[in-house]
Write a new protein. Structure first.
Length: 353
């Protein structure tokens, strides 16, 4: 239960009132008892100073602590926190705000460190493989035949996908990206996305980045109702969303599992409801609010079949960013089996051509 909120202004007002009342009372006592006014005045001043000192001490102590914590945060130490956030006044609010700021800065610093670690790890493997291929060609160990060049091309493609992911992350940090929305038919559009996912799985032996899984044992299924369903959205951004969701669903599918993409008409004009459902272990309820955070790789193992990897932990964060650019929503829906991701896009009230 929350206590009564007493502002600093109220406390200072009470201090002035108490001081005036003490002085007035002592002056009245002096007039009635015949005591010398100068003694009464001195006593009243001492009493008022003691009361003022007590109130000022309670105010300035926490201000000093806030100053020390803010100085530590400015020097990169995000471990210190201000005590006394249970105060029911402006200083308590300020202490809570400083602590939230320190929490946010600590999270940003942790994300920065994780970004460096993840990017370093993701870059190291394709660069080392590409270097080995080229060194073998230069040293005459292997010929620059089409097969060798295809191996080198796979690694350069992997590097390209990682760079594209980092560019998406940069766009996410820099704010709103203009949407190039258009009207399109949902069935052929999503059919193309699934076909690309299958082709990517068939021709790539390694992957890093969005929408490039390597599981060939997982069956992809499309369910659009009605078949003539149309939507209004940025096709490129929506492709990012679906490619990442399908990639994530495939990685967490059991051997010979099934991933289904459902598309339905939404509540608004040309709005769209999308669902990606897999048969994997699902996402534990305590982890559901974290799955769209950067660098989060989920509370379930990602490798359920050949070729699976944990990824960079950026795919679902980029998917959420793209959905929110549309003014839509994305989240984990309740399901009795597997993982069920739901996307809602608002569409637009556009006249038909």
């Amino acid at each position: 239960m929350g206590g009564v909120t007493i502002s600093v202004k109220t406390k200072l007002g009470a201090l002035v009132t108490v001081s005036v009342l003490i002085t007035s009372g002592l002056a009245l006592v002096a007039m009635r008892t015949g005591a010398e006014l100068r003694y009464i005045t001195i006593f009243a001043m001492i009493t008022a100073l003691l009361v003022t000192q007590f109130v000022a001490h309670s105010l300035t102590d926490q201000l000093d602590e806030m100053n020390a914590v803010a100085r530590s945060v400015s020097h990169g130490d995000y471990t210190r926190r201000v005590r006394g956030t249970d105060r029911r006044d402006e200083l308590g609010d300020l202490a809570a705000t400083i602590n939230r700021l320190a929490d946010d800065l600590e999270a940003v610093d942790q994300h920065r460190k994780e970004l460096v670690a993840n990017v370093s790890h993701e870059l190291r493997t394709p660069i080392a493989a590409l270097r080995a291929v080229l060194e073998n060609v230069v040293d005459g160990v292997s010929e620059a035949d089409p097969e060798t060049m295809r191996t080198a091309l796979k690694q350069t493609e992997r590097l390209g996908r990682l760079v594209e992911t980092l560019l998406d992350l940069s766009r996410l940090d820099n704010g709103v990206v203009p949407l190039k929305a258009r009207r399109f038919e949902v069935w052929p559009y999503l059919s193309g996305v699934l076909k690309e996912a299958n082709l990517a799985a068939g021709r790539r032996g390694t992957s890093s980045g969005s929408g490039n899984h390597t599981r060939t044992d997982v069956h992809l299924h499309l369910d659009v109702s009605p078949p003539e369903l149309t939507a209004y959205a940025d096709a490129e951004r929506l492709h990012q969303v679906m490619a990442n969701l399908i990639d994530n669903a495939v990685k967490h599918s059991p051997p010979h599992g099934r991933v289904t993409v459902h598309a339905r008409r939404g509540a608004g004009p040309e709005s769209l409801d999308l669902e990606v459902v897999d048969e994997g272990p699902g996402i534990p309820e305590p982890e559901r609010h974290k799955v769209f955070q950067r660098f989060n790789r989920g509370g379930v193992p990602a490798a359920h079949g050949p070729g699976s990897d944990g990824g960079t932990g950026l795919g679902l964060a980029i998917a959420r960013w793209a959905v929110e650019l549309h003014g839509g929503r994305i989240g984990v829906a309740e399901s009795s089996r597997g993982c069920h991701i739901r996307v809602t896009l608002p569409g637009a009230s556009q006249p038909r051509d």
